[in-house]
Write a protein that binds this ligand. Structure first.
Ligand SMILES: NC(=O)c1ccc[n+]([C@@H]2O[C@H](COP(=O)([O-])OP(=O)(O)OC[C@H]3O[C@@H](n4cnc5c(N)ncnc54)[C@H](OP(=O)(O)O)[C@@H]3O)[C@@H](O)[C@H]2O)c1
Length: 288
């Protein structure tokens, strides 16, 4: 099997570089190999590789900045995935595309199933939702793999790394308590995608995968500090204050509740996702 991985230097992409080779030959591309804003180059470049599976971990992920760069977000998250789907059709490849809980408005109070109605709140969410639709319009051999609240030891800054930095600098910190989701370790996402790929035939469609359980950003922050302390990591912080979202305004509103139901993928890969706190502990052991 030949797998073409896009976005190989991202949080999830770096983990996929380690897990996908168990399935076959992996060609791993970052922006220097293929810039996804160069739309006309995408189909010829991908078709030239003749992959069996394309895994797209590349995306425009700056949620708030997207409000001031809607065209760029649309190019990378909608127009480029559309081209990837066209390329997949030309070479008969399957496409695994990562998407997000931000396609939902967060008004539900029970976990979102993959077929739940989407209603994104901001430019980023719209660009990702439109990318899903563009893929579905251009190939039947696609998996839309939605995940949420991603963090990892590798790659860019994320909530865990930011909390550790602030916890080392400050005595007190306010963290939002009225947004609930599921923190998800990039390593677990890569494992799940790698377990899903052998089952792709007859199982195309939309999947939800996150770690198990649910937490607010406040719960997540408290857990980060508790687990970091247990590992002997020095922190100055003595108090975490739960605050409402209106005390931490952002350019893009976030869904209040975006827990994703993972039963569908669990059945296909025959494995339940680890609890978010267990995975946080493992990530911190790797990172600290
Ligand atoms: N992060 C989250 O909390 C979260 C939550 C839900 C879903 N997701 C989804 O999960 C997937 C992976 O996210 P992540 O956290 O691993 O993202 P990430 O760390 O930001 O990685 C995204 C990668 O995409 C690459 N990229 C951006 N623009 C590109 C372009 N024009 N051409 C080629 N490559 C480009 C980036 O390269 P550069 O470094 O060169 O820009 C980066 O390596 C994405 O689909 C994202 O939407 C993420």
């Amino acid at each position: 099997m030949k797998i073409l991985l896009l976005g190989c230097q991202g949080q999830v992409g770096q983990e996929l570089q380690l897990t996908l080779p168990s399935l076959g030959a992996v060609v791993a591309w970052d922006r220097t190999h293929l810039d996804l804003t160069n739309l006309e180059s995408i189909v010829p470049a991908v078709v030239n590789q003749q992959p069996d599976v394309i895994v797209n971990a590349a995306a425009y992920t700056a949620v708030d900045k997207a409000e001031s760069e809607p065209d760029l977000a649309h190019q990378i998250n909608t127009a480029a995935p559309e081209k990837l789907a066209q390329a997949a059709t030309v070479c008969g490849a399957s496409l695994v595309h990562i998407s997000t809980d931000y396609v939902f408005d967060g008004q539900q109070n029970r976990p979102y199933q993959p077929e739940a109605e989407t209603n994104p709140l901001g430019v980023y969410g719209h660009s990702k939702r439109d990318g899903e639709l563009a893929i579905q319009a251009n190939t039947e051999q696609a998996v839309i793999f939605r995940t949420a609240w991603v963090y990892g030891a590798k790659g860019k800054s994320n909530f865990v790394k930011t909390m550790l930095r602030l916890g080392a600098e400050r005595d007190e910190l306010g963290v939002v308590y009225d947004q609930v989701g599921t923190p998800t370790w990039a390593y677990d996402i890569a494992q799940a995608i790698t377990m899903l790929i052998p089952h792709l035939q007859n199982n195309f469609g939309v999947y939800h995968y996150t770690n198990n359980g649910a937490a607010s950003w406040y719960d997540f922050a408290v857990a980060i500090f508790e687990e970091a302390r247990k590992l002997g990591h020095p922190l100055q912080l003595s108090h975490v204050q739960p605050i409402p979202s209106e005390q931490y305004p952002t350019p893009t509103p976030r869904p209040a509740y975006s827990v994703l139901a993972g039963d569908k993928i669990a059945k296909v890969i025959n494995q339940t996702a680890p609890h978010w706190r267990a995975s946080l502990r493992k990530m911190l052991k790797e990172y600290l």
